[in-house]
Design a protein around this ligand. Structure first.
Ligand SMILES: *Cc1c(COP(=O)(O)O)cnc(C)c1O
Length: 509
């Protein structure tokens, strides 16, 4: 019998001579092959020889081992794994969107340009900022675009600045972005409640970490800007964000907000209103596009009027013809390339257009009131899980949280049970694990973000699973060390997989 717990690679299923199609005999003279000899394929060994049935069964089996947001609660903190409304797919699949070529002249793709322009306008409204580019293809790409905007701004004003300040709770992409944009990263201490500290902080070992006040006093006009996530990666609202922005502006620095957590703010608070100069949004998180499989994303950047001249080009602009009273105005859209201070392009054409259509559909189908309701519900859901689990699991930071909650594994240490064991135990109980060991300032973090998509029943089932794991940790820790026992793959050697990844199959000799 076939071993159903081990699905071979499609290459291992290959049998010489098998094929999934049938072509008629060539009935015209073969064209002369003019390609240089070294570019010609001499064998087809790189591809598996399989039938259509083999292909379908292979991938269908693999898909059944998978866990997706359509299977159940997917509490991956910071990733906002919300439901992807099917209406988004329907609109993104319309012929006029799918089949148009990005090089088509503007007069023939007015509808597509209207999508881009409308989404820009709505994101301006949501962020409270003056301008938006939809080009960047993900959050991290948006961060880089934002850091380059900050650089372009300072250069245009003849200022030499070398430092970007980043709180120690930041997502790893933030320091990576600042470094890629040519800045030196200086870390800001967090205070006891998990937010950015103005004062210096002495940790348990007596080491002093500098707060914002000291850093700005010491570095002053060397500071190009600060990158801050709000709510931060602990799910805590940086309640002094206005003061932080003012302190930066006082030394001529700019504030970049990592907007990956906008699912906690949309329709409730606008970063532009609290002083942020530039930020990104993750359309694939907050605005519901399937993500996580490495597929396309979209990370629009919103910025203040002062930064607008440096945005990537072309910019879609709308012109409205004056019409008589009572008549419907006529809009035309065109591409504005004439932007001499533009940083250039950060993506081909207009970014990942299909994601833009989905995000616009999401906004339109929710309406302003619906977007706000989704935000409030995402916050209520996370707080429901927090309340239900806080007697069982340990919360390092007691500060109220918004759309996600971060527990740690300190209370399980006496049983030699750690965050990884909890995550594996969840797999046996039918759930995807939360984000683990991030943010790094919480030892053994379990970062749970249910999103607004979950109903009470699903959250209760998750809460029961988490409590059951805590009980098993105390009663039978050895069993939990074995988890997962019900998954096709047991515990993997994740360290070796990360350090020595095998990315290429080679045919056994
Ligand atoms: C997801 C995330 C990012 C990066 O976004 P990508 O779209 O994955 O590039 C940056 N910061 C935070 C806080 C995030 O959660």
């Amino acid at each position: 019998m076939m071993n159903r717990t081990r699905e071979p690679l499609i290459f291992e299923r290959s049998v010489a001579g098998k094929i999934g199609m049938d072509l008629p005999k060539l009935d015209v003279p073969a064209a002369k092959d003019t390609r240089p000899a070294h570019l010609r394929r001499t064998s087809f060994d790189a591809m598996p020889s399989v039938t259509e049935v083999d292909v379908i069964r292979h991938f269908t089996r693999l898909s059944k081992w998978n866990y997706g947001v359509d299977d159940g609660l997917y509490p991956l903190g910071s990733c906002t794994m919300k439901h992807n409304p099917r209406l988004n797919e329907k609109t993104a699949g319309l012929d006029g969107f799918c089949d148009s070529h990005p090089m088509t002249a503007a007069p023939y793709v007015q509808g597509n340009l209207a999508v881009i322009h409308t989404l820009q306008e709505w994101l301006k409204e949501i962020t409270g900022l003056a301008a938006v580019t939809l080009q960047p293809s993900a959050g991290a790409a948006g961060e880089l675009t934002g850091a380059m905007l900050i650089r372009a701004f300072h250069v245009a004003h003849g200022r030499k600045r070398r430092v970007i300040l980043i709180p120690d709770s930041a997502h790893g992409t933030n320091p990576a972005t600042a470094a890629m944009a040519g800045y030196e990263v200086v870390e800001i201490a967090s205070q006891g409640d998990g937010t950015v500290s103005f004062a210096d902080v002495t940790d348990a070992s007596g080491k002093v970490k500098k707060g914002l006040t000291t850093l700005l006093a010491e570095l002053g006009e060397e500071v190009a800007g600060l990158m801050i996530t709000n709510p931060n990666t602990l799910g805590i609202f940086e309640y002094r964000i206005k003061d932080i922005c003012e302190a930066l502006h006082a030394v001529g620095g700019l504030v970049y907000m990592d907007g990956a957590n906008m699912n906690a703010l949309v329709g409730v608070a606008r970063p532009g209103d609290f002083g942020v100069d530039v930020m990104h949004l993750n359309l694939h998180k907050t605005f519901s596009t399937p993500h996580g499989g490495g597929g396309p994303g979209s990370g629009p950047v919103a910025c203040s009027a002062a930064l607008e001249p440096f945005l990537p080009r072309p910019v879609v602009v709308r012109e409205t013809k004056a019409v008589g009273e009572g008549q419907v105005p006529v809009h035309t859209y065109r591409l504005d390339w004439d932007r001499p201070q533009s940083m250039g392009k950060v993506h081909t054409f207009f970014g990942n257009f299909g994601i833009l259509v989905r995000a616009l559909t999401y906004c339109a189908s929710h309406g302003g009131d619906g977007l706000r309701a989704a935000t409030l519900r995402a916050i209520v859901n996370a707080n429901y899980i927090r309340k239900q689990l806080e007697g069982t699991y340990h919360l390092e930071y007691q500060t109220p949280t918004l759309h996600e909650v971060i527990f740690d594994d300190s209370f399980l240490a006496p049983h030699d049970i750690h965050t990884l064991d909890v995550a594996k135990g969840l797999i046996d109980r039918g759930f995807h694990p939360p984000t683990i060991y991030f943010p790094a300032i919480v030892h053994g973090a379990l970062m749970i973000e249910p999103t607004e998509s979950e109903g009470k029943e699903e959250m209760d089932a998750f809460i029961d699973a988490m409590k059951d794991i805590a009980r098993e940790a105390a009663e039978n820790p050895e069993a939990l060390h074995q988890a997962p026992v019900l998954a096709p793959m047991r515990r993997l050697d994740e360290t070796t997989a990360a350090r020595k990844p095998v990315l290429r199959w080679t045919r056994p000799q």
